[in-house]
Design a protein around this ligand. Structure first.
Ligand SMILES: Cc1cc2nc3c(=O)[nH]c(=O)nc-3n(C[C@H](O)[C@H](O)[C@H](O)COP(=O)(O)OP(=O)(O)OC[C@H]3O[C@@H](n4cnc5c(N)ncnc54)[C@H](O)[C@@H]3O)c2cc1C
Length: 504
């Protein structure tokens, strides 16, 4: 079982203070010591089942949350129970006898992760056993279930989203405790039975549960596949780029781009932050990470030498919002002041494990985050439209370019074989919102297909979600109905945003 603490009625706001709600009760779940991992998972799932049954009986909407880091209002619920999971944060190793006979993944690559373990905690557990995550987003304070819920991603161009690590999901509805795996089994029936779960082995239902947007039930645990531990070398600098470099990136010429500004080798990760008001006369902020073999004798450098912070951006972004007149200059100041431009090609190398590549984040001000994801081959055309849109009076955000492969999960925004994600980050003020809307309109007018991040400001509705995801949306709804056939079960997970998106 898990400990359940009701803190009662309160006003709750998400991390970025972009959404708030009056909750009937803020509820915290916490682990209680159990004999082993299976007993632990069973106890927690049974506690959640009882909570959801009660909620269904009294028609109280329930919203499970992780870190509350999503700026979109998917993590708020009016007059319901907001259930915090961050203290359900244990991870467990597996052994070969726990695996299904058809499983082709080695036991040492697998880690059982409770829903509320933060990405950072999962990195640490993986490193302790000589393993690593393949990719992740920035700052690593998200819960693993919450990060997977929205398809959190970074800029590893050969990987998709964080949900791509997931090989099985333990999901609780008001009526059932389920263990969802692909058709090819991963864990043995015996092991799963000891977690108190009913088995579903289906590729479609699993693909729906990998990226669930918080609308498929309450995730209590996940089984994830890790990579052998590795390190990365960081190059981070402010440089002027030219328009032709955007074309290189559009064509996937990452090595050529790296050779121009970083090392003459294929980067594992690459990211550009630029000033959309003046992208070529002002400096852009580049970051490359190159894969290196693990070497235990290398002491990790200070976090600032491996990662970028958002905080100064937030502060200066606020100043910028007050003053449209100097927008481009203040934006540039904010970018360069916030960025540790401290690792060039000739500097002593900064090398650390993948888990050391981002800094912890603390909220300083109300932020705006929006993004669009599209086929990387449309980058050049989209880039010109975006710059035109900013120059003709829109926006108050910086623009970041990140690159990822097609991500797993039916509702994964990264749906093209190779994707560029264009992020818009700035102060949470009207100019940021209106600038983002203008970009979205310009892309639509140009007929460029794109999707949006579930966890960021996105202005989506059901009509648009259906259009963006086509058959995958219908398949996701089918899978949700398999897991929760009774509409009353689905209603337990309703909030205004998920209803608007057509997901409940
Ligand atoms: C500082 C910062 C940096 C960020 N960097 C990136 C980045 O680099 N890349 C990127 O893609 N995104 C990024 N984001 C966005 C963030 O990764 C996502 O919004 C992520 O979903 C937040 O995780 P969370 O644990 O806070 O989830 P929450 O915001 O708490 O929840 C997200 C959704 O998941 C649901 N949920 C949470 N836990 C469960 C559960 N156990 N069962 C069922 N549903 C659940 C919630 O109800 C909600 O619908 C960043 C956000 C911040 C604040």
């Amino acid at each position: 079982m898990a400990q359940v603490v009701h803190f009662g009625h309160q006003v709750w706001a998400n991390y970025h203070k972009t959404a708030a709600c009056n909750v009937k009760s803020r509820v915290e779940l916490a682990n209680v010591e159990q004999m082993n991992g299976r007993a632990h998972l069973k106890g927690v799932a049974e506690t959640v089942l009882a909570l959801l049954k009660e909620a269904k009986q009294y028609q109280i909407p329930v919203r499970p949350i992780g870190a509350g880091w999503s700026p979109s209002p998917i993590n708020v619920v009016e007059d319901g129970w907001l259930v915090e999971t961050l203290r359900l944060n244990r991870t467990f190793k597996l052994s070969a006898q726990n695996l299904h006979q058809d499983c082709d993944i080695a036991a040492e690559a697998l880690l059982l992760v409770q829903a509320g373990a933060t990405v950072d905690e999962v990195y640490e557990s993986a490193e302790e056993i000589g393993r690593s995550l393949r990719t992740g987003g920035a700052s690593n304070g998200q819960s693993f279930a919450g990060a997977c819920a929205t398809g959190t991603h970074g800029s590893v161009w050969q990987a998709g989203g964080i949900q791509d690590h997931v090989r099985a999901v333990q999901l609780v509805t008001p009526e059932r405790i389920l263990w969802i795996e692909p058709k090819q089994g991963v864990l043995s029936d015996d092991f799963i039975a000891q977690t108190g779960s009913e088995i579903i082995r289906s590729d479609r239902i699993f693909a729906a549960a990998q990226l669930h947007v918080g609308a498929m039930g309450f995730v209590t645990a996940m089984l994830i596949e890790t990579d052998p531990i590795f390190m990365v070398q960081n190059i981070q600098k402010a440089v002027k780029i030219k328009r032709e470099h955007i074309d290189w990136l559009c064509r996937g010429e990452f090595r050529k781009f790296s050779c121009e500004f970083g090392l003459d080798e294929e980067p594992y990760f690459q990211q550009l932050i630029l000033n959309p008001f003046d992208p070529f006369d002002k400096k852009s902020l580049l970051r490359f990470l190159y894969k290196r073999p693990f070497d235990a004798s290398i002491a990790p450098p200070l976090p600032g030498e491996m990662g970028a912070g958002y905080d100064a951006l937030t502060l200066l972004g606020k100043a910028m919002a007050e003053s449209d007149f100097f927008q481009a200059e203040i934006l540039q100041l904010a970018m360069e002041q916030a960025y540790p431009n401290n690792r060039d090609v000739d500097d002593p190398p900064a090398i650390a494990t993948w888990g050391h590549t981002t800094e912890e984040h603390s909220p300083i001000a109300s932020l705006f985050n929006g993004s669009v994801t599209m086929d990387r081959r449309n980058l050049s055309e989209a880039f010109d439209l975006i710059i035109d849109s900013f120059r003709s009076g829109g926006g108050g955000t910086v623009v970041t370019l990140r690159f990822i492969r097609r991500a797993q999960g039916l509702l994964a925004p990264a749906r093209w074989p190779d994707n560029v994600v264009i992020d818009f980050d700035g102060p949470n003020v009207e100019s940021s919102h209106s600038g983002y809307k203008k970009v979205v309109e310009a892309l639509d007018d140009a007929g460029i297909a794109f999707t949006r991040h579930w966890g960021k400001t996105n202005n989506l509705d059901e009509r648009r979600v259906k259009r963006d995801y086509e058959q995958n949306f219908a398949d996701w709804k089918w899978a949700q109905a398999q897991v929760m056939p009774d509409p009353a079960d689905r209603r337990v997970f309703a909030n205004d945003e998920l209803v608007k998106l057509g997901l409940i």
